[in-house]
Write a protein that binds this ligand. Structure first.
Ligand SMILES: [Zn+2]
Length: 162
């Protein structure tokens, strides 16, 4: 197990736009991300949350319910979003104890490179679509607080005790 400390908001590294991973090796980073995510325990984790400013995230939305669906997404892009939106209470391992009601497209198409170098496109719906967008936001230095109205943000920040 290679569990790394998870940065907590407002660590400035969580507000950085991450650089593409490109041809750099991904195996060790992805292993750290999965080990840290499962240990947290969480359903998604982005590289900047462990202090690595690269465009990589992992997610597994079903493992807590007994269905492991691990994905390691390298240099991901959101290439389509639905007009339909969903409002979801989102937690974040970097903002422990806070659930923020975030409005996002209900479905997306995510294009990313896998650990084996294959480029795949997947249509994601339900919680997987929300989770992928949440993790993708981290790669652009965006956290749930940034998706709230000023009033909701002030309330959420007031409830946050790091
Ligand atoms: Zn998060």
């Amino acid at each position: 197990m290679s569990v790394r400390p998870i940065l907590r908001w407002p660590d400035p590294r969580l507000a950085q736009v991450c650089a593409p991973l490109g041809d750099a090796p991904a195996e060790a980073l992805v292993a750290y991300l999965f080990d840290t995510m499962y240990a947290a325990p969480g359903r998604g984790l982005a590289a900047p949350q462990i202090g690595v400013l690269a465009r990589v995230f992992v997610m597994d939305c079903g493992w807590k319910e007994g269905t492991k669906t691990p994905r390691a997404c390298i240099d991901p892009e959101i290439v389509w979003t639905s007009d339909e939106v969903a409002v979801t209470g989102e937690g974040c391992l970097s903002i422990p104890g806070v659930t923020a009601e975030v409005t996002r497209p209900a479905a997306i198409t995510l294009r990313y490179r896998t650990l084996t170098g294959e480029t795949v496109e997947e249509r994601l719906t339900g919680f997987e679509a929300i989770c992928a967008q949440h993790e993708f936001d981290h790669l652009n230095g965006i956290v749930t607080f940034d998706r709230l109205t000023p009033k909701a943000r002030a309330e959420a920040e007031a409830a946050y005790a790091p």
